[in-house]
Design a protein around this ligand. Structure first.
Ligand SMILES: Cc1cc2nc3c(=O)[nH]c(=O)nc-3n(C[C@H](O)[C@H](O)[C@H](O)COP(=O)(O)OP(=O)(O)OC[C@H]3O[C@@H](n4cnc5c(N)ncnc54)[C@H](O)[C@@H]3O)c2cc1C
Ligand code: FES
Length: 344
């Protein structure tokens, strides 16, 4: 008799907590998500562990799983249809992203480890934008959700600044798109003192602004370096050959602020359903649209209310877009936003 050994498959589970912290845990064959969290020392809410009480109810935002052995009082059929799961009864069949309705502190999941990387590329992409690439062994093993951010330490200080990842990790390297803020501490350090080879300390990942399950048309609206998280999201969707319609509205103040069009054109080649529009407030050279992003926002971008809206950039721009779509009666299926608040 021949025994066919099942391949030893483990699944990576991203647990996203309500305070924006994400922990990645590994599910071994046969593990429930609760087992895997427990093995990693993460105390997600649990009581009966038997599918009877409903304490471990969470939301599966992406991935496939099997869930057996629970009662209707713990999880109703309609809740299950909406994506709710019981982590004590759920075994993943793929990598999964689970939203835990509790804070990382309450679950002992906060990871405040300060990690180190080296600058492998540092360049002015335009007068107002710095491109930063980091590398190192700790970057090679870094996990984050496309759209999340890192807290980078200003070199030589204990002050941190938040920057969204503008790429996925590839060949042990990861990128950022950084606005060169006049008189800014990090801006001055990166545009003047820092050089390739220097060490940068960081903590990551953070944030609730990340790409959810891609099943509807997507509308992305970026202001300035708010383009960064969208570059990481587009890379993830290109790697997965996403086929939903994706439109990016990318608005800047001055022509000088426009960066990343080569990358966007590359994504257009890899994602035939992707297109973008660039708007510039003060000038309108070839192919650009003069004005602000709301001047070019159309009902058709919302696909009759089926589009998921992602919005990222300076707080006034995010607020203006929210107000505009409310006033115009434009309704997305879901809306996710990140405001690039200054550290001060
Ligand atoms: C979750 C999150 C993600 C972010 N991701 C990015 C990113 O990917 N790329 C990016 O460029 N920025 C990003 N930001 C904004 C970034 O953290 C700040 O702009 C940064 O703190 C500026 O650092 P600095 O040391 O150069 O300036 P600071 O020394 O912090 O500030 C100097 C002066 O400039 C003002 N200032 C700071 N930032 C801005 C700004 N953006 N616009 C106008 N005035 C400002 C301050 O109020 C202060 O007066 C993000 C912010 C958050 C909260
Ligand atoms: S812990 Fe009671 S249902 Fe999961």
């Amino acid at each position: 008799m021949t025994f066919i050994q099942e391949p030893y498959v483990h699944r990576t589970i991203a647990l996203n907590f309500e305070d924006g912290v994400t922990r990645f845990v590994v599910c071994l064959p046969g593990d429930t998500i609760a087992d895997a969290a427990y093995r990693h020392g993460v105390n997600i809410p649990l009581d009966c562990r038997d599918g009877a009480c409903g304490t471990c109810k969470s939301i599966c935002e992406s991935g496939t799983f099997e869930m057996t052995g629970y009662v209707e009082e713990a999880l109703s059929t309609s809740e299950a249809a909406e994506g709710y799961i019981l982590t004590c009864q759920t075994r993943p069949l793929s990598d999964c992203l689970i939203r835990i309705p509790s804070s990382s502190v309450a679950c002992n999941a906060a990871d405040n480890t300060v990690r180190k990387a080296r600058i492998s590329r540092l360049e002015m992409l335009s007068a107002s934008t710095i491109g930063l690439e980091l590398e190192g062994p700790e970057i090679e093993t870094l996990h984050f959700l496309a759209g999340q951010y890192a807290n980078l330490y200003v070199p030589g200080t204990n002050e941190v600044r938040a920057y969204s990842f503008s790429s996925r990790v590839s060949h042990g390297k990861v990128n950022f798109l950084i606005r060169n803020v006049p008189n800014g501490k990090m801006s001055a350090a990166l545009s003047g003192i820092a050089k390739v080879g220097d060490e940068i300390r960081y903590r990551a990942p953070f944030g609730s602004f990340y790409l959810r399950k891609v099943e509807h048309p997507l509308l992305m609206i970026a202001g300035g370096t708010g383009l960064a998280p969208f570059l990481a999201m587009l890379e993830q969707m290109a790697n997965a050959s996403a086929s939903v319609p994706i439109h990016l509205l990318y608005g800047v103040t001055r022509e000088d602020d426009v960066v990343g069009l080569d990358w966007l054109d590359e994504f257009k080649k890899r994602l035939p359903t992707f297109d973008y529009t660039v708007t510039v407030v003060d000038t309108a050279v070839d192919g650009r649209h003069k004005g602000v992003v709301t001047d070019y926002l159309k009902q058709s971008h919302f696909h009759d209310g089926r589009a998921d809206l992602y919005l990222c950039g300076p707080p006034p721009m995010v607020t203006a877009v929210e107000q505009y779509i409310r006033d115009q009666g434009m309704t997305p299926a879901s809306m996710h936003f990140e405001k690039f608040l200054p550290s001060t």
